[in-house]
Design a protein around this ligand. Structure first.
Ligand SMILES: [Zn+2]
Ligand SMILES: [Zn+2]
Length: 259
């Protein structure tokens, strides 16, 4: 099985202290590509640094909606400048989180639009975080798409089936996390079972959201294999084929990984 983990945080506490072992266990589980995601400006150098050292790790540049209040000066120009690095293959994670509301909603929306403008300019994919904010997320993605197309992925997808359709219509990919393995995730399982295979990605969002049978542990990229096996069974597909398809999707979307 050869897999891509489309979203992890290798520099977060829980993984950063054991990074060599974490990467080794991922490789032993068949993970051949990992995307190390940024959430705040002060970690950009570290996040990109891992991608500079490790040939199977790439990075994103961006500001999480939780952090929007703390980053009034991260604008489109700054994102574009930092995204020029050869190991930076996407922009984010950015979006809207009305569940925690850690940042002012207007600031979240402004930051989201600044990230999208950087994606439109660079044609690097946008990594979207959305929680309890489906309507505004869909509206902003669509309005901005009318200004000019840009690629992207809805990460850790937990939204409605209807939102999935809107995202697919805009050409977005949808990334499924370990949440799909949770017993309580019936609606998500139904949606994940019917999504077109050519638009699917799989992720861990490690160190969060360890899938069954690792629940309660610190999540790590190796566990993307468990989520892949669960998802394959849910969809009535062969796990190796699903791994290969989602890995190919990852490189098609994050095309700079092939450069
Ligand atoms: Zn997120
Ligand atoms: Zn994340």
């Amino acid at each position: 099985m050869r897999l891509a983990d489309s979203h992890c945080h290798l520099n977060y506490k829980g993984l950063a202290e054991h990074q060599t072992d974490v990467l080794q266990r991922a490789r032993d589980s068949g993970v051949v590509a990992m995307l190390n995601i940024s959430t705040r400006e002060r970690e950009w150098d570290d996040v990109v640094g891992v991608a500079e050292r490790e040939p199977d790790v790439w990075a994103t540049i961006g500001v999480h909606p939780h952090e929007a209040d703390q980053h009034p000066d991260v604008d489109t120009a700054k994102l574009i400048e930092r995204a020029a690095h050869p190991r930076v293959v996407g922009i984010g994670e950015s979006g809207l989180d009305y569940y925690y509301d850690h940042s002012d909603r207007e600031r979240q929306r402004a930051s989201f639009r600044a990230h999208i403008a950087a994606c439109r300019e660079t044609q690097l994919p946008l990594v979207v975080h959305t929680r309890d904010a489906e309507e505004d997320t869909a509206q902003i993605l669509r309005e901005e798409m009318e200004q000019g197309a840009y690629p992207g992925v809805i990460h850790c997808f937990t939204a409605s089936s209807d939102f999935a359709d809107k995202a697919l219509e805009l050409g977005f990919y949808i990334s499924i996390s370990g949440i799909v393995t949770f017993k309580s995730a019936k609606d998500l399982q139904e949606t994940a079972a019917r999504l077109p295979r050519e638009r699917l990605l799989i992720e861990t969002d490690a160190p969060f959201l360890a899938p069954v049978p690792h629940r309660g542990k610190t999540g790590e990229p190796a566990f993307v294999a468990d989520t892949c096996r669960f998802l394959a069974q849910l969809r009535g597909e062969d796990a190796d084929e699903l791994a290969e398809a989602t890995r190919a999707n990852f490189h098609r979307l994050f095309a700079k990984t092939l450069a």
